[in-house]
Ligand binder design. Structure first.
Ligand code: COA
Length: 693
C-alpha cells in the first residue's frame, strides 16, 4: 500500500498532501501520518506554517466509515485536530476538492481555510444517522453563525467554493494550488498569526434554531440524530466550547451504535456494491452514450426524458401522433416551469433542460441515438413491434432498452436481430424524481451493455441495481406479495387503515392501501383480469374486495373514493364504513371468521413476506445480493432508510427467528409462505445472507 500522505516544503510552508486511494478517507494510518508530519514541521525551524491539501479531486471524504464498527484506534481524529490547535504554528487547509464530514472538521481545526475552485464542503453525517463528532457542530457556528451551521448539518447540503466564501467558511477562493502556495509564502513572510476557532465566541442569535430544525424533525420521524444536531448547535451558543465538544463527542459515539446509524451505514455500502455487477469480464468498458431516444411520450416517457435532460444529455422523444407529441412537450415545459416556481431550479437551467428535449413523429429520427428507451403501452405485441422497428432504424451498437415493469425482456429482445444490445431499464414513476433504476439483464444481453446501463444510471443521478428477468423483476415481485399479504390480513379481520397505520408508524412512507388508492385500483384490476385464465385455483384469491371496489368505480384518489374516501383534502384518506361492510361481506361469503389481528402480526406478516420473496429472488439468482434488495426498497418503494431495507431488518431481527415465524405462518396460512431455501440454509448455519459477498 502506498503512503497515505506526501510531504514537501514550499518556502517556509510545510505541505501535507493526502494520497490515500480511493477517497483519502481519514483512516488510522492517515491520521497517524498527519500527526507525525505536523509534529515534524512544528519542530523544524525553517517551517513557519503547515498546510494540508488533497489530490485535486478530493481533499478527503472524511472519517473512514469502514472503521465505525471496529472500535476506536488512536490517534483519533479529535486528537489529531487538538494537536493542530495546540501547536505553536498556524495550520492552513487548502481545500482542493471534496471535503466531507471529518475532513471538513479537520479544516475547521485549522487557522485558515482557502478553497480552490473545485472545493465541495458538506456534513453528510446526518445521512449516516449521526452528527459531526470532531468539533463540526461547535466550530461551524463560530464561522457561519448557529442558524446557517444548523441548516448545513441537517440538510447535508454540499457547498461550492463560492458559497463557502459567502458564508465566511473559507477565507478566499484561490485559482490553483501553486497560486495558493505562492500566496501563503508571501503571507507567511509577514508571519501569519494563529486564529483558532476554539478561541472564538458564537456570534448572532439562537432564536431561529427551532424554526430551522422543525421541518427536519418532522421528516426524521423520531430518528435521534436530527434532535441531537439541534441540541449540539444550541450548546455552541450556550456552553463553553470544551464542555460542548465533550458532549458532541459522547453523542457521536452513542449515536454511532444506534440501529438507525447501523442501518444507514449498511445502505451507504450497499448502494456502492449495487453499482457493481460481479460477473462481468474484467475490464468491460461502457459504450459511449451522448444522446438518447425515447419511444412513447406518456407519463413514463416524459419523466425519463427529463431525467436525461436534467443530467445534460440531449433527448429525442418519439410519439406517433403529432398532437400527443405536442402535448407531451408542453407538459415537460410546464413541469420545468413548476420547478422554477417552486424555487427548485433557476430559470436558465429550466430553459437549458427544455432545450435538450426535441420531438419527432418519425422513428427514423432515432437513427443516430446511442441509446433508445421504449416506454410505450404495456403489451407484449406492441413492444415487440416497436423493437422490430427499432432494429431496422437504430445504428449498429445502439443500446435498445425497454421500460417494461412486467413483461419478459427475453421475448422483447427476440423481436430484434440483436438481442445482445437489448436490456430492461425499469424506471419508477415519476422517473425524473425516483432514484431507483432496475437494470434488467436478459439472457443474451452483452456485458458491455449492462456496464453501460450501470454507469449511465449513476451519471443521471439514479441508484442502478442489476436484476434478472422474472415476473415483476426484484422490486415489484416483492412488493406484489407484500400487497397481497395486506389484503389477506384484511380478509382475516384487520382493516385497511389499521394495516396502513402499522406500516407508517414503523416508518414506511405510505401504507399499502394508501398506495393502491394513489396508483389507482384499476391498475391491479386490469392485470388480474388479464391473468385470470392462468390463475392457480389452489392459491388463495384475496383480491375480491379490491375487485369489487374497482367494479363499483372506487378507483382511488382520482375518483375521490377507493379503499378510503377523500374529502376536502384530495390526498388524505378517511376510513369508510362502506368499505368495512364490504370487507365483512366478502369474508362472510368465503366463510372466514374475522378476528382481531394484532399490530405485531400485521407488521411481521408484511415484512417477512417481503423477506421470503427476497429469499426466492436470491436463490434464483435474479438479484446478486441481499443488500441489493435493500437498496431497491429504500430507493424505490419508500422503505425507511433508518431501517436499512427489508433484508437488513430481517438480519437485525435474527434470521433464525424470522424463519421460525415464517414456518409458523406457513403452517397456518398455506403454501404462499413456503420458506425460501436460502433463508432456511442461513438460519441453520448462522451465516449472513450475503456471506462472502
Ligand atoms: N469511508 C470509507 N470508504 C469510503 C468513504 C468513507 N468516508 N467514502 C467513500 N468510500 C469508498 C466507497 O465505499 C467506495 O468503495 P468501493 O470502491 O470499495 O465500493 C469508494 O470509496 C468510492 O466511493 P464512491 O462513493 O463510489 O465514489 P464517488 O467518487 O462517486 O464519491 C464521495 C466520492 C466522497 C463523494 C462519496 O464516496 C461520499 O459521499 N462518501 C461519503 C462521505 C461521508 O459520508 N463522509 C463522512 C463520514 S463521517
Amino acid at each position: 500500500m502506498t503512503a497515505p500522505i506526501e510531504i514537501s516544503t514550499h518556502g517556509a510552508i510545510g505541505l501535507i498532501r493526502f494520497t490515500r486511494p480511493p477517497v483519502n478517507a481519514l483512516g488510522v494510518a492517515m491520521r497517524a501520518a498527519i500527526a507525525e508530519a505536523h509534529q515534524a514541521f512544528e519542530a523544524d525551524s525553517r517551517i513557519a506554517a503547515t498546510a494540508l491539501t488533497g489530490d485535486g479531486r478530493l481533499f478527503s471524504a472524511g472519517a473512514d466509515i469502514t472503521e465505525f464498527d471496529s472500535g476506536r484506534r488512536s490517534p483519533l481524529l479529535t486528537e489529531v485536530i487538538a494537536q493542530l490547535e495546540q501547536g505553536r504554528k498556524p495550520v492552513i487547509a487548502l481545500i482542493d476538492g471534496i471535503a466531507f464530514g471529518g475532513a471538513f472538521e479537520l479544516a475547521l481545526g485549522c487557522d485558515y481555510r482557502y478553497a480552490l475552485p473545485g472545493a465541495r464542503l458538506s456534513f453528510p453525517e446526518i445521512r449516516l444517522g449521526n452528527i459531526p463528532g470532531a468539533g463540526g457542530t461547535q466550530k461551524l457556528p463560530r464561522l457561519a453563525g448557529g442558524p446557517a451551521a444548523l441548516e448545513l448539518i441537517l440538510s447535508a447540503r454540499v457547498l461550492s467554493a463560492e458559497e463557502a466564501l459567502a458564508l465566511g467558511i473559507v477565507d478566499a477562493v484561490l485559482p490553483d494550488l501553486n497560486a495558493a502556495l505562492a500566496h501563503l509564502a508571501a503571507e507567511v513572510a509577514d508571519t501569519l498569526p494563529r486564529r483558532r476557532l476554539i478561541d472564538r465566541e458564537v456570534a448572532g442569535p439562537q432564536d431561529a434554531l427551532d424554526e430551522i430544525a422543525a421541518p427536519f424533525l418532522r421528516r426524521a420521524r423520531g430518528a435521534p440524530a436530527t434532535a441531537a444536531a439541534l441540541e449540539a448547535v444550541r450548546r455552541a451558543h450556550t456552553m463553553p466550547i470544551a464542555a460542548a465538544l465533550d458532549w458532541e463527542r459522547e453523542t457521536f459515539r452513542r449515536l454511532n451504535t444506534s440501529p438507525e446509524a447501523r442501518a444507514q451505514r449498511h445502505l451507504f455500502f450497499a448502494e456502492r456494491k449495487a453499482a457493481k455487477v460481479a460477473d462481468l469480464p474484467p475490464g468491460t468498458e461502457a459504450r459511449p452514450v451522448d444522446n438518447v431516444g425515447i419511444v412513447g411520450a406518456g407519463t413514463m416517457g416524459r419523466g425519463i426524458a427529463m431525467a436525461f435532460a436534467d443530467a445534460g444529455l440531449p433527448v429525442t422523444l418519439v410519439e406517433q401522433e403529432a398532437e400527443r407529441l405536442d402535448a407531451a412537450l408542453d407538459g415537460i415545459g410546464r413541469a420545468y416551469a413548476q420547478q422554477v416556481a417552486r424555487g427548485r431550479i433557476a430559470e436558465d437551467a429550466a430553459r437549458a433542460r427544455t432545450g435538450r428535449i426535441s420531438g419527432t413523429t418519425d422513428l427514423a429520427g432515432l437513427a443516430q441515438a446511442d441509446l433508445v428507451i421504449e416506454a410505450v403501452f404495456e403489451a407484449m405485441e406492441v413492444k415487440r413491434e416497436v423493437f422490430a422497428a427499432l432494429d431496422r432504424v437504430a445504428k449498429p451498437g445502439a443500446i435498445l432498452a425497454t421500460n417494461t415493469s412486467t413483461l419478459d425482456v427475453n421475448r422483447i429482445a427476440d423481436a430484434t436481430g440483436r438481442p445482445e444490445d437489448v436490456l430492461g431499464l425499469h424506471f419508477f414513476s415519476p422517473a425524473n424524481v425516483m432514484k431507483l433504476l432496475e437494470v434488467v439483464r436478459a439472457a443474451r444481453t452483452a456485458p458491455d451493455v449492462v456496464q453501460t446501463a450501470m454507469t449511465l444510471g449513476r451519471r443521471i443521478g439514479k441508484v442502478p441495481v442489476c436484476v434478472g428477468v422474472c415476473d415483476g423483476f426484484a422490486g415489484n415481485r416483492m412488493f406484489i406479495n407484500f400487497n397481497r399479504e395486506a389484503q389477506i390480513l384484511v380478509e382475516e379481520g384487520a382493516l385497511p387503515w389499521q394495516v396502513d397505520r402499522v406500516f407508517t408508524e414503523w416508518g414506511l412512507a405510505m401504507g399499502p392501501f394508501a398506495v393502491m388508492d394513489l396508483a389507482g385500483l384499476d391498475v391491479g384490476y386490469r392485470i388480474r383480469q388479464a391473468r385470470a385464465a392462468g390463475r392457480d385455483p389452489a392459491e388463495p384469491y384475496p383480491f375480491t374486495a379490491a375487485d369489487r371496489l374497482a367494479e363499483a368505480g372506487r378507483l382511488g384518489q382520482k375518483a375521490g373514493r377507493g379503499w378510503y374516501t377523500y374529502g376536502e383534502d384530495p390526498r388524505k384518506g378517511i376510513p369508510d364504513p362502506e368499505v368495512e361492510a364490504l370487507i365483512a361481506e366478502v369474508a362472510g361469503e368465503k366463510g372466514i371468521a374475522r378476528r382481531a389481528v394484532s399490530d405485531e402480526e400485521i407488521l411481521h406478516r408484511g415484512l417477512w413476506q417481503l423477506v421470503n420473496t427476497g429469499g426466492y429472488i436470491l436463490g434464483e439468482g435474479i438479484a446478486q445480493r441481499a443488500s441489493d434488495l435493500d437498496v431497491i426498497f429504500t430507493s424505490g418503494y419508500g422503505f425507511p432508510r433508518t431501517r436499512g431495507g427489508p433484508m437488513h431488518t430481517a438480519e437485525v431481527y435474527g434470521l433464525a427467528r424470522v424463519v421460525a415465524e415464517i414456518e409458523r405462518f406457513h403452517a397456518a396460512h398455506g403454501r404462499h409462505w413456503r420458506p425460501a431455501p436460502i433463508l432456511l440454509d442461513r438460519a441453520a448455519s448462522g451465516a449472513p445472507l450475503d456471506a462472502g459477498g
